[in-house]
Design a protein around this ligand. Sequence first.
Ligand SMILES: [Zn+2]
Length: 92
Amino acid sequence: MQRCETCHRFCGEPRQQQVGDMVDFTIVRGNGRTRKVSVRTGKLMLIKEDGFSVIYRGTVYHSDAVSHPDDPSPLTLAFVGLCACPREASHP
Ligand SMILES: [Zn+2]
């Protein structure tokens, strides 16, 4: 993905992941008030209808969303946001 020159949010299509690729994903630990979210890089094992299975240090995690290490992580995306600028007509 790229940074929009106008609003500096992210725009463009995220890279598509395939099984076996290294991906960034989020781990949520704890519950209730002590939720802690962190981003790890693991190997994509399985693409499911409701998410992804990622193996990290021998443990398989379920993740709702994964991203290419070169792309912004879901956390970064949520923080920075997506570009909503109108596209130029000449740019499909
Ligand atoms: Zn923009």
